[in-house]
Design a binder for this molecule. Structure first.
Ligand code: FAD
Length: 429
C-alpha cells in the first residue's frame, strides 16, 4: 500500500483546526490544513470574546503577539424591558488577562500563520466535499473537487454544520432546540467614543450580555462587545422559539439595536459587516462520537459550545478540544494505530480536561434556559423592584423585601414558578 500524502489532514482553519494542526506539526508530523474561505477567518463571523487562558498553553505570549482587540475588564448582564434596563455590571482588575475581544478575520489569520511557521501546509480556498474511506469504512483521506488527498488521520474541524461528521453518522442532526441562529454586525466607531461610552481606558474592553426584551422574549440573548475601533453587536436566538414566534432573526436584531439601552452605545456608528451563523446550544447533550477509524472531530463540529446564560463559549472549548485531539492523535501516530481504539485517547483527554468537566457542570443549562420566564417575566419584575426602591416620593417607604413581594404579586410570576426556577437555576448554572 502506498504511503499517505500526509500524516494528518485538518479540515477547517478556525481555532479548533488551526490549533490541532499547529500542535501536530510541532510534534514533527506532516500536516495539511484545508480551508474553504479564500483566507482563514474570511468565512467566520467576526467578533467575540475569547476566554484566553487555554490559548496561553499553546502560545504563552498570544495576548501580546496576536491581533486581539481589547482585554475585557468589564462584564455586564442586563435584563432589557420595554421601559428600561436592569442588571449587574462588574468592572474588576481581577478579570485582567482572562478574556479578550477578537475579530476573527484577523485572529484566525494569525493562528494560520503560526501553523505555516510550524510547517503546516495551508490550502485556503479549497472546500472539502467528502471523505475517502477504505472498504472497511475507515477514513483514509478527503475529496475536494477533482482532487483527492490521503492521510493517516483526518480531523473534522469544519464548524457547527460539520457535514463531515454528520456524513459519517457521528453526530445526529441536531434538534431545533439545540441550535440557535446568531445575527451579528460589526459597527465602526472612533476609539475615544467607545472609551467614553463604555467607561474604558487604553486597551480595556467590555462585554455586555442582555436578555429579555433584547430578543423580544425569544429564548436567547443579545451581546455588545468592544473592539479597538468597532463594536460587535448581535443576538443569538434559539431556533425552535424563533420559529414559534413567527419573527425573523433580522427583525429581532434590528429591534435589539434600536433599544435605547443598546442604541446609546451604537449611535453614529457605521456598519462594517453583517451576517448570521448557526450556534450549537445543546451542550453535553450534543456531543457525539468524537473519534472513529481514521477520523477525529473537534470544536463546533463536535458540538462543543456552552451557553451558561452569562457567557457564550465556543472558541476556548474549540482550542481545548484541539489540545486534547493533538495529544490523542500524536499517541495514535506514534503507536501506528489510527483506528478508533488507537484514537480513543482523544476522548479520554477531552473529558478529563476542562472541556469535558465544564460540559458536565453545565449539562442542565440548555434545558434550564428553555424556561420562557427567563426572557419574558423576570426583567420587568426586577425593574419594578428597583423602580419602587428608587422612586422616592412622600408615600411611606417599605422594606426591600416587602417591595420585592409587591412586585412579584403584581407580576405573572407565581411563587411556585419562582421557587421552581430558582431550584433549577441553582442546579443548572
Ligand atoms: C453570533 C455568534 C457569537 C459567538 N460568540 C462567541 C463568543 O463571544 N465567545 C466564544 O468563545 N464563542 C463564541 N461563538 C462560538 C464560536 O464562534 C465557535 O464556537 C468557534 O468559532 C468554533 O471554532 P471551530 O474552529 O470549531 O469552528 P469555526 O470557527 O466555525 O471554523 C470552522 C472552519 O471550517 C471551515 N470549513 C467548513 N466546512 C469546510 C469544508 N467543507 N471545507 C473546508 N473548510 C471548511 C470554515 O470556513 C471555518 O473556517 C459565537 C458564535 C456565533 C455564531
Amino acid at each position: 500500500m502506498s504511503e499517505p500524502d500526509f500524516d494528518v489532514a485538518v479540515v477547517g482553519a478556525g481555532p479548533a483546526g488551526c490549533v490541532t494542526a499547529y500542535l501536530l506539526a510541532q510534534q514533527g508530523h506532516s500536516v495539511v490544513l484545508v480551508e474553504r474561505g479564500e483566507a482563514p477567518g474570511a468565512k467566520n463571523l467576526s467578533g467575540g470574546v475569547l476566554y484566553g487562558r487555554v490559548l496561553e498553553q499553546v502560545f504563552p505570549d498570544f495576548a501580546a503577539a496576536a491581533p486581539v482587540e481589547r482585554r475585557v475588564v468589564r462584564n455586564a448582564v442586563t435584563f432589557l424591558t420595554s421601559t428600561g434596563a436592569v442588571g449587574v455590571d462588574l468592572t474588576s482588575d481581577r478579570l485582567d488577562g482572562n478574556a479578550y475581544t477578537v475579530l476573527r478575520a484577523r485572529f484566525d489569520a494569525w493562528l494560520a500563520e503560526r501553523c505555516e511557521e510550524a510547517g503546516v501546509f495551508l490550502m485556503p480556498g479549497v472546500r472539502v466535499d467528502r471523505l475517502l474511506t477504505s472498504p472497511s469504512g475507515a477514513v483514509t483521506g478527503l475529496v475536494a473537487g477533482d482532487d483527492e488527498l490521503s492521510a493517516r488521520v483526518v480531523v473534522a474541524a469544519d464548524g457547527v454544520n460539520s457535514f463531515l461528521a454528520r456524513g459519517l453518522g457521528l453526530r445526529p442532526k441536531p434538534a431545533q432546540n439545540q441550535l440557535a441562529v446568531g445575527v451579528k454586525a460589526v459597527v465602526s466607531l472612533p476609539r475615544e467614543t467607545i472609551d467614553d461610552r463604555f467607561g474604558l481606558v487604553g486597551d480595556e474592553g467590555a462585554a455586555l450580555a442582555m436578555v429579555g426584551e433584547a430578543t423580544g422574549g425569544i429564548g436567547g440573548g443579545g451581546f455588545l462587545y468592544t473592539n479597538a475601533t468597532s463594536l460587535s453587536v448581535g443576538v443569538v436566538l434559539r431556533l425552535d422559539d424563533l420559529a414559534a414566534s413567527g419573527a425573523s432573526a433580522s427583525d429581532v436584531f434590528d429591534r435589539y439595536c434600536e433599544h435605547p439601552a443598546v442604541q446609546r452605545y451604537l449611535r453614529g456608528g457605521e456598519v462594517l459587516e453583517y451576517g448570521s451563523h448557526l450556534v450549537a446550544e445543546g451542550g453535553l447533550g450534543m456531543l457525539g462520537t468524537v473519534a472513529t477509524d481514521g477520523l477525529v472531530v473537534v470544536g463546533d463540529a463536535a458540538g462543543l459550545t456552552i451557553n451558561s446564560g452569562l457567557t457564550v463559549r465556543g472558541m476556548d472549548l474549540a482550542i481545548g478540544s484541539a489540545i486534547a485531539a493533538a495529544g490523542g492523535i500524536g499517541d495514535a501516530l506514534d503507536a501506528g494505530d489510527t483506528s478508533a481504539a488507537g484514537l480513543a485517547g482523544y476522548r479520554e483527554r477531552l473529558m478529563a480536561g476542562f472541556v469535558g468537566k465544564d460540559l458536565t457542570t453545565y449539562a442542565k443549562a440548555p434545558a434550564f434556559l428553555e424556561r420562557p420566564r427567563m426572557y419574558r417575566d423576570y426583567g420587568p419584575v426586577l425593574e419594578d423592584v428597583m423602580v419602587r426602591a428608587f422612586d422616592l416620593d412622600t408615600t411611606p417607604r417599605k422594606h426591600l423585601a416587602s417591595v420585592a413581594w409587591d412586585a412579584l404579586r403584581t407580576s405573572p410570576v407565581g411563587m411556585l414558578d419562582l421557587a421552581s426556577d430558582l431550584w433549577a437555576g441553582v442546579r443548572a448554572l
